[in-house]
Design a protein around this ligand. Structure first.
Ligand SMILES: [Zn+2]
Length: 116
């Protein structure tokens, strides 16, 4: 029987390892959205988000309006999981300078993620 824990097998999500929607999709992260007003909980589809917002959209620090039909002005907060059973990491912090620098070092020929 394996004693390996998911957080040991795959590092929990961090803006240092994946900044954009495309990077999170490549790493097969799971995203969930939770509303701060109503009970809405959504599994976010990365391919759908990429189609809507583009692969270079940065999802850290995002707080879009809740789409719930009976929700009055709720805001969604996102969390990411790198592997089933691994830790959920809140994505409510916008990426810092370190995360942007890490992204540029992974993508030296690229001008940087666009501000959506
Ligand atoms: Zn809501």
């Amino acid at each position: 029987m394996s004693t390996k824990r998911p957080d040991v097998l795959v590092q929990p999500p961090s803006p240092l390892t994946a900044l954009t929607l495309a990077e999170m999709h490549v790493r097969r992260w799971t995203l969930k959205a939770t509303c701060n007003r109503c009970a809405l909980k959504l599994r976010a589809s990365l391919p759908a988000l990429i189609r809507t917002h583009g692969p270079d959209a940065v999802w850290w620090g995002r707080a879009p309006r809740c789409p719930g039909f009976e929700c009055g002005g709720g805001v969604l907060t996102y969390a990411a999981q790198a592997l089933r059973g691994g830790s959920w990491v809140a994505m409510n912090q916008a990426p810092g300078q370190l995360a942007m620098a890490a992204y540029r070092s992974r993508n030296p020929t690229y001008a940087g993620p666009r501000d959506p």
